[in-house]
Design a protein around this ligand. Structure first.
Ligand code: TXA
Ligand code: MG
Length: 323
């Protein structure tokens, strides 16, 4: 199959592809998604096949509005509060599912993750296709998520007909996932919207349960390796130690905030000056490093409410820590 990158001028092609049971990669503000009609189990199977994704790992259902979301899930009062405050935006809320979403899309769970993406192209695609769109990130399972149409092309060339180009993703890491399906709110995956922000919005405690334990992990995906570069990736906090280690290896690269970099020694990729820029640049830096180098030294940020999401992805990317 020929894979074409198209712009929103040709969005009708992408919408028709979704409506007739095909797959389309599309932009969101977090990462690119690989979408299909959430009500069509045959279409959903194509996503699992294209990504090589384990079948027990459910997809998030993308909606254009809160009234769309009501077709897919039972919206609680707390969920409405969060959607009104943070959507469209990088928020996924897990809720009791309605029958419109097929069982394959949620891997048989009676809950569904609902997200209203900020990207106008994503919401236009949902509206024009007349479908709710189930979509994981548009990477091969276990690999780094794409934040540009070109990165999607490199991952999925030949497997899908269209990649809708919406430019580079402005957030850069996947949405925060909060479950409101249990007795109390739980974060299953941290993101740009922080635990404090969610607690303030809900005026109640929000637990953080981001790694899968032995007993019934609530986010099935958390038990799989994610975001992993193909080359050895070493985490560090001390830039002097990383610079010294990298100095002996001409094929290694240091990925760190701009303020830590000394451009005269070694190879560097900058994460910019802020936590937001680091989120935005992390995945594209990892994908670029994989192509051009043979080892990565990746900065681990100080822990904090605003770095939970970023550090979660960084820790999943690194294979070992610099002693
Ligand atoms: O920002 C994002 O959320 C991106 C864009 C494309 O929207 N999507 C994304 O999807 O990151 P994916 O499939 O790569 O990650 C979804 C995660 C998985 O870990 C999955 O296990 C979890 O969400 N998940 C989905 N439905 C769930 C449910 N009903 N209950 C618990 N976890 C769920
Ligand atoms: Mg993913």
């Amino acid at each position: 199959m020929e894979t074409r990158i198209i712009t929103t001028k040709e969005i009708a092609l992408a919408a028709a592809e979704i409506a007739c049971g095909g797959l389309v990669a599309f932009p969101t503000e977090t990462v690119y998604g690989l979408g299909a009609d959430a009500s069509d189990p045959v279409a959903i199977d194509k996503i699992y096949a294209a990504k090589g994704r384990p079948k027990d790992n459910p997809f998030i259902v993308h909606c254009a509005s809160i009234s769309d979301a009501e077709k897919a899930a039972y919206i609680t009062e707390d969920a409405r509060k969060l959607f009104e405050l943070f959507s469209p935006g990088p928020l996924t809320v897990v809720l009791k599912k309605k029958p419109l979403v097929c069982a394959a899309a949620t891997a048989g769970l009676d809950t569904v993750g609902i997200r209203i993406p900020a990207s106008p192209a994503a919401r236009l695609l949902i509206k024009k296709s007349g479908k709710l769109i189930a979509a994981p990130s548009a990477n091969i399972s276990g690999r780094v998520s794409p934040t540009s149409a070109q990165e999607v092309f490199e991952a999925l060339d030949g497997k899908i007909a269209y990649i809708l180009d919406g430019g580079e993703c402005s957030v850069g890491i996947e949405s925060v996932i909060i479950s409101l399906a249990g007795d109390s709110p739980v974060i299953l995956r941290p993101g740009k919207i922080t635990r404090n922000e969610l607690q303030q919005a809900l005026e109640k405690d929000v637990l953080m349960k981001t790694s899968a334990g032995d007993s019934a992990p609530v986010a099935p995906g958390m038990k799989y390796t994610h975001y992993s570069p193909k080359i050895p990736t070493v985490g560090f906090t001390d830039i002097d130690k990383a610079t010294a280690a990298a100095a002996n290896e001409k094929d290694s690269v240091i990925i760190a905030p701009e303020s830590l970099l000394n451009w005269e020694i070694g190879n560097f990729l900058s994460l910019g000056f802020t936590i937001d820029s680091a989120m935005r640049r992390l995945y594209s830096s990892l994908l670029l490093a994989e192509k051009e180098f043979s080892k990565i030294y990746l900065f681990v940020f100080p822990d904090g409410d605003d770095t939970d999401g970023l550090n979660n992805r960084i820790r999943k990317a690194i294979h070992s820590d610099l002693e």
